[in-house]
Design a protein around this ligand. Structure first.
Ligand code: FES
Length: 299
């Protein structure tokens, strides 16, 4: 799948998740939802209308000016009540009559705050889950369409065979990075009685030609990458010294079995198909199909 297709898929997926979130919020609101119903609080309105300006305990500023004399009789002086600290006491309001009617949760329905909370939760939750899902899909997608872990077309088998068998009596393993595998030749006549009889480890061995095997480069001991050794005509692991011949058959060292290999097939066009999702394990070879070592070791 192309990058554009993945992007479009991601957008569509995110849209579906957001729509699902909004739908979930609307569904949660329930069938009893409706306008907010309640009575006007008349007592509160009366109190607001009759509220006097706030009284303060500040004493008036003293001035040196004498009060002006008038012919009017002064009004009787009202002495405010004071408390123990000399502060003026404010009148205690009469008990407030509360004639408000309680509204049940059912009548109240979903408030604006509740709706916004749920909508935010749905949107952000849906967005997070959508992003997570798309990321995981993108992570696993390549394995579904190709790359290591799937079937890999290595190209024309005849051309690959010519590379690994130069014709001078030696073998030149060909490393195929996409499959993490060494391609090595295998004679069809050597298969019966070997560790590879009855398993799809060899391709192209029909008609007298050498077939090919694909050896996983990972050492079966602890997983180090195993390089070839041209002088000894084998694979020698630099980590703990396990040695295998050029057919990947165990020779010495702590490795518990032969090198693993991938299942092979030849398609209708003569291409070698390496199934890196199908790993073939074989026990230590009892009968070796090729001699080792044929020269000095590389370790
Ligand atoms: S990892 Fe290869 S011998 Fe230990």
């Amino acid at each position: 799948m192309s990058a554009t297709a993945i992007f479009v898929t991601a957008i569509i997926g995110a849209g579906i998740l957001v729509a699902a979130g909004v739908f979930a919020v609307a569904w949660k609101r329930g069938p009893s939802a409706g306008p907010i119903v309640g009575d006007f609080d008349k007592a509160a309105a009366k109190r607001d209308m009759s509220r006097k300006p706030e009284q303060t305990s500040r004493k008036p500023e003293q001035t040196s000016r004498k009060p002006e004399q008038t012919s009017l009789k002064p009004e009787a002086e009202v002495v405010p009540a004071v408390d123990a600290d000399g502060e003026e006491e404010l009148p205690v309001p009469a008990a407030i009559e509360d004639d408000r009617e309680a509204i049940s949760e059912e009548d109240l329905g979903v408030t604006r705050r509740m709706f916004l909370n749920r909508a935010a939760l749905g949107l952000f939750g849906g967005g997070f889950l959508g992003t997570l899902g798309i990321s995981m899909l993108a992570f696993f997608w390549p394995k579904l369409r190709g790359g290591f872990g799937s079937k890999i077309n290595a190209g024309p088998l005849a051309a690959l065979r010519a590379e690994v068998v130069p014709g001078d009596g030696t073998i030149k393993p060909l490393f195929f990075p996409e499959a993490q595998a060494w391609l090595v030749p295998m004679e069809g006549s050597s298969i019966p009685g070997s560790s590879f009889e009855g398993i799809p480890a060899v391709a192209g061995a029909d008609g007298g030609d050498s077939g090919l095997m694909a050896l996983w480069q990972k050492c079966v001991h602890l997983g180090c990458r195993v390089p070839e050794c041209a002088s000894s005509q084998g694979f020698e692991c630099p980590c703990h010294g396990s040695k295998y011949n050029f057919h990947g058959e165990y020779d010495s060292g702590p490795a518990p079995r032969n090198l693993d290999r991938f299942a092979l097939e030849e398609d209708a066009q003569g291409n070698l198909i390496i199934d890196t999702g199908n790993v073939l394990e074989t026990p230590r070879a009892q009968v070796k199909t090729i001699a080792y070592p044929q020269g000095p070791s590389c370790l």
